[in-house]
Design a protein around this ligand. Structure first.
Ligand code: PMV
Length: 356
C-alpha cells in the first residue's frame, strides 16, 4: 500500500590517509591533484551508522538528521550531487523492469549517527558520505560495486571514496575530465597485515581552523612547493608505500607515512595566507614518536595529521607496550591535552550491518 516504508541501514568506517589528498583539480567533481592511500579503521571504535528510507507517505524535500540534529541538505551541493546520481541509477533499474516500485520518485529520509564526537575532527565526513551512499544504494537495490559507488561518495567528500572498502585503500587520481577513472581501489585487505594498530590522540575536540575545501584551493593557487608534491613526490611515494604494504615492511611504511604528513603540512605552511593545522601538542606527539623510535633503534611507530591538530599513530601490535608507554609518560603533562579520548584502534575489514 501507499504507506509502505522502504528502508536500509548500513555502517561505514573512518579512514586515515598515509598519503594525503590535498588539492582539487576540479572542485565541482572533487577530482584530486594527486592519488592518496589510507588505512580503514575498525568500526568498533569509529563509524557512522545510517538508515535511509522512502515512502509514498513521506512528503516534502529529502531530509537528513545527523546525531539527532536536522542538517540543511537542500543547500549542500555535494549531498545533492550524491542523491541525484543515486536516483538516476535507480531510475535506470525502474526503466528496465516495470514491476519495480518507483522508489526514485519518493522523498528520502536519512538518519545518521556517529559513535564518536562529530566535531572531533576525525574525518567524520569520510564515514558520513560513505554510509549515506551505501545506505541509499542498498535501499534502491543498486547492482553497483563498492568501486563504482566510490565515484559517487567522492562527490560528497573526496576522502569518503576510500571508506567504501576495508584494509589498505588507494584513491587513484585518474586523468579523465569527467572523473570516471577517479575511484578507490583496495590495495590489500586488512587480513594481509592484521598486526597493524592505530592510536588516536584527540588533541582538540573543537572543530576550527580552515575547512579542507577552502584550504586546498589556497594551496593549489599559491603554494610554490605544491606542484612538485603533486607531480613528482606523491606518485613516487604511492608506488613505494604500496610495495611496503605488500611486503609488510613497517619501517618503510612508517617513514613514508611521516614524510607525507610533513609534506602535506609543509605545503599548507607554504600557502598564502599560510594554513596552520598543527599546534604545540601535535608537535609533542611527533617528538614522542621520535623518542619511541630512538629508544627502539628502529621505526616502530609513525605519526600522521589531517586538517587539524589530532594525531594518529600507526604501529604493530608487538610494539603496543613501548608505544603506549612513551605516550602515557609524555602527554598527560602537556597543557591543552585532553586525555580522555585516546583510543587504541584496530583497523579492520569493511563490515556492515545491512538490514532490509
Ligand atoms: O575529503 P576532505 O575534503 O575532508 O579532505 C580530507 C583531506 C585530509 O584528511 C587532510 C587528507 C586525506 O587524504 O584524508
Amino acid at each position: 500500500g501507499s504507506s509502505q516504508v522502504y528502508r536500509a541501514s548500513t555502517t561505514a568506517p573512518v579512514n586515515i590517509a598515509v598519503i594525503k589528498y590535498w588539492g582539487k583539480r576540479d572542485t565541482a567533481l572533487n577530482l584530486p591533484t594527486n592519488s592518496s592511500l589510507s588505512v580503514t579503521l575498525s568500526q568498533k571504535s569509529l563509524r557512522t551508522h545510517t538508515t535511509a528510507s522512502c515512502s509514498e507517505s513521506f512528503s516534502g524535500p529529502d531530509s537528513l538528521i545527523l546525531n539527532n540534529e536536522p542538517e540543511d541538505i537542500q543547500s549542500s551541493k555535494r549531498t545533492q550531487a550524491c542523491l541525484k546520481h543515486l536516483r538516476s541509477l535507480r531510475e535506470q533499474l525502474e526503466a528496465k523492469d516495470a514491476s519495480l516500485p518507483k522508489l526514485s520518485k519518493l522523498t528520502l529520509r536519512i538518519v545518521s549517527s556517529n559513535n564518536f564526537p562529530t566535531a572531533a575532527g576525525l574525518a567524520s565526513s569520510a564515514a558520513g558520505f560513505a554510509a549515506l551512499v551505501r545506505a541509499i544504494a542498498d535501499l534502491y537495490e543498486l547492482p553497483q560495486t563498492p568501486q563504482e559507488l566510490s565515484l559517487i561518495a567522492r562527490q560528497g567528500s573526496g576522502s569518503a571514496c576510500r571508506s567504501l572498502m576495508g584494509g589498505y585503500v588507494a584513491w587513484r587520481a585518474g586523468t579523465k575530465e569527467d572523473g570516471s577513472d577517479s575511484i578507490a581501489e583496495e590495495v590489500a585487505p586488512m587480513s594481509h597485515w592484521p598486526e597493524m594498530r592505530a592510536l588516536i590522540l584527540v588533541v582538540s575536540a573543537e572543530k576550527k581552523g580552515v575547512p579542507s575545501t577552502a584550504g586546498m584551493q589556497t594551496t593549489v593557487e599559491t603554494s610554490t612547493l605544491a606542484p612538485a608534491r603533486f607531480n613528482e613526490i606523491v606518485p613516487k611515494r604511492m608506488a613505494e608505500i604500496e610495495k611496503a604494504i605488500q611486503e609488510k615492511d613497517f619501517e618503510t611504511f612508517a617513514r613514508i607515512t611521516m614524510q607525507d604528513s610533513n609534506s602535506f603540512h609543509a605545503i599548507c605552511l607554504d600557502s598564502w595566507p599560510p594554513i596552520h593545522y598543527l599546534n604545540d601538542v601535535s608537535r609533542a606527539a611527533m617528538s614522542a614518536v621520535e623518542t619511541a623510535n630512538r629508544k627502539a633503534g628502529k621505526l616502530i611507530c609513525a605519526y600522521t595529521f589531517d586538517a587539524g591538530p589530532n594525531a594518529v599513530i600507526y604501529y604493530l601490535a608487538e610494539h603496543t607496550h613501548e608505544v603506549a608507554g612513551v605516550f602515557r609518560s609524555v602527554l598527560p603533562r602537556l597543557p591543552g591535552w585532553e586525555g580522555e579520548f585516546a583510543e587504541q584502534i584496530r583497523p579492520n575489514e569493511y563490515g556492515s550491518l545491512d538490514s532490509k
